[in-house]
Write a protein that binds this ligand. Structure first.
Ligand code: UGA
Ligand code: MN
Length: 352
């Protein structure tokens, strides 16, 4: 009897596993329309789910760059991003750099199972043509000791380019890097793959191709790691036509080796590389990093000044702070004449 119970149990568990696998493979298809399937990502999964949250193909900038010539090849600027306290600050700075660049389509892929409407809102404000993608990292990769950051995002962006672009150039520009506007005119005419120095990388303070007679002969990079192309993600641009000629090109989920293996998967030869930035003598992109701090939890009374409530609610929705009246958070106060006062409206009325 016990044996029969065990057999029944095994059959039931197997049936459950099989139907779960069937269900998850159904939800595993990448969606290029608007859908919320991303939020159904099963726990412990390696499969990718990406969703186009919003695409705007129109250039709606109020002030267009003076050289906004529509015949220029489009630069597809791929930015992986992820929810954390600093996300909106980084994207504001980057967006306002990109507003100066003619003929650019910004692909921002968020490592987030949901489409964050506040992101769509700020991209619309910049007026640039953009595509906002939700592309969460499959949960099993996040458990790795070395997490492959930004990979699901870039893979989703590449998929979008393959489906939607026929020409132009693409470039991986992380949300925390600093870009000189000259970079864009340098990479725009990339025929195959162009390369250039990236400042603030590793122990040499820079990662750069080494040039002899106008050709790349090696690399100056403090982390060789057996890489044929020891370059940073921000150190190269690729022609869209060249990508389309290599349909199997892919970026692996392998932290530290994404650039090298992606370039190898493009079948790139050293002699194909086009040096930019005045024969790799200038730094036009910097690998700046923002100090990351945890989100503060604020204990905010119910009745506070209305501007403060509106302000704090906005910061909560942007993921900058948390707040509540009950939470065991940090007590907040109002400073008047150098002294701490309660931040409630009642208190203020008492003061006036
Ligand atoms: C360095 C390289 O410059 C990155 O291009 C590379 O992806 C990364 O290492 C890596 O291989 O892990 P680093 O400054 O150390 O970059 O990393 P982050 O800036 O923290 O992340 C790289 C990009 O991925 C950023 O745009 C970030 O917004 C995004 N990211 C980071 C995610 O999408 N999800 C995460 O969980 C973390
Ligand atoms: Mn970074």
């Amino acid at each position: 009897m016990r044996r029969l119970q065990n057999v029944c149990l095994t059959v039931a568990v197997t049936a459950l596993v099989v139907s779960y696998a069937a269900w998850s493979s159904l939800t595993a298809t990448t969606t290029l329309g608007t859908s919320s399937s991303a939020s159904r990502q099963p726990i412990g999964d390696l499969r990718e789910h990406s969703t186009v949250c919003h695409a705007s193909l129109q250039d709606q900038r109020t002030f267009l760059p003076s050289n906004n010539d529509s015949s220029l090849p489009t630069i597809f600027f791929i930015t992986p991003t992820y929810p954390r306290r600093e996300q909106f600050a980084e994207l504001t700075r980057l967006g306002q750099t990109l507003m100066h660049v003619p003929s650019l389509h910004w692909i921002v892929a968020d490592d987030n199972p949901a489409c964050n409407p506040f992101l769509t809102e700020i991209f619309q404000k910049f007026g640039l043509p953009f595509t906002h993608i939700s592309s969460p990292m499959p949960s099993n990769y996040r458990k790795r000791y070395f997490v492959p950051r930004g990979v699901s995002n870039r893979r989703a962006a590449l998929k979008w380019i393959k489906a939607n672009a026929a020409s132009g150039v693409f470039y991986f520009g992380d949300d925390d890097n600093t870009f000189d506007l000259t970079l864009f005119s340098e990479i725009r005419d990339t025929k195959i793959v162009s390369m250039f120095p990236v400042g603030l990388i590793g122990e040499f303070g820079v990662s750069a191709p080494i040039i002899e007679d106008g050709k790349v002969v090696g690399f100056f990079d403090s982390w060789p790691a057996d890489r044929k192309f020891p370059v940073d993600m921000a150190g190269f641009a690729v022609s869209v036509e060249y990508l389309l000629q290599h349909p199997n090109a892919t970026m692996p989920y392998k932290a530290g080796h994404e650039e090298d293996q992606f370039l190898k998967s493009l079948d790139l030869k050293m002699s194909d590389i086009e040096p930019k930035a005045n024969n790799c003598t200038k730094v036009l992109v910097w690998h700046t990093q923002t100090v990351k701090k945890p989100k503060h939890n604020l204990k905010v009374p119910e009745s506070i000044f209305s501007n403060l409530r509106t302000l704090l609610e906005k910061l909560v929705s942007l993921g900058v702070v948390q707040m509540g009246a009950e939470v065991s958070g940090k007590e907040v106060y109002m400073v008047v004449d150098g002294h701490k006062n309660e931040v409630t409206k009642r208190q203020v009325l008492g003061l006036s």
